[in-house]
Design a protein around this ligand. Structure first.
Ligand code: ZN
Length: 190
């Protein structure tokens, strides 16, 4: 299984080398980078620049690998989210200028992780169902009712656009431990 994934990635890299403008893997900011706290602006026009950003974000998410990525995490402060919860990694969902138009009173706890907070997983309580309104890559408005993991993922990624990282729901004690762990890691790598 590992081998076949690696082989697919190599293949993708070869294609990238042949057509370098098609997609690019972007760098993911790591907590507590202050740029993760910048509030993203709405996208004014869904044009080719935004569609290229979506492609680059999708490529970055698949390579990581992760199930969701917000533009904030790649240091682009515009309201764009990509999500793919499929096992086969071929069901990309794109949310531009997303808004929660309804959330259930019922709340549920899930264990969350984040590409910007490597190796940290913790429990966060959120509404268990949400209705989201957003634009797709063509600039068309759509609404979607989400539950289970998709509801969690949409809310997690929308928090990034507001400059909030999931660990900020945890206790100050836990948050400080996570910060110092990640800062040490960052120093060790330099
Ligand atoms: Zn995240």
């Amino acid at each position: 299984m590992e081998t076949s994934v690696a082989a697919t990635r190599r293949l993708r890299c070869t294609q990238l080398a042949l057509r370098p403008s098609i997609m690019a893997k972007l760098d993911i900011l790591t907590y507590p980078d202050p740029r993760l706290h910048i509030v993203a602006k709405p996208v004014a026009v869904v044009d080719d620049r935004i569609r290229q950003l979506v492609k680059d974000m999708a490529e970055t998410m698949y390579e990581a690998p992760g199930i969701g990525l917000a533009a904030t995490q790649v240091d682009v402060h515009e309201q764009v989210i990509v999500i793919d919860l499929s096992e086969t990694r071929d069901a990309l969902q794109v949310f531009i200028n997303p808004e929660i138009v309804w959330a259930s009173d019922n709340r549920k706890v899930w264990e969350e992780g984040c590409l910007s907070v490597p190796e940290v997983y913790d429990r966060v309580e959120r509404p268990d169902r949400v209705r989201v309104r957003a634009l797709n890559e063509k600039g068309e408005t759509f609404e979607l009712d989400a539950d289970e993991l998709l509801a969690v993922c949409i809310q997690h990624e929308m928090d990034h656009l507001k400059g909030k990282v999931f660990v900020e729901y945890l206790s100050p004690l836990k948050l400080n431990r996570i910060k110092s762990k990640l800062q040490k890691r960052g120093r060790a790598r330099m």
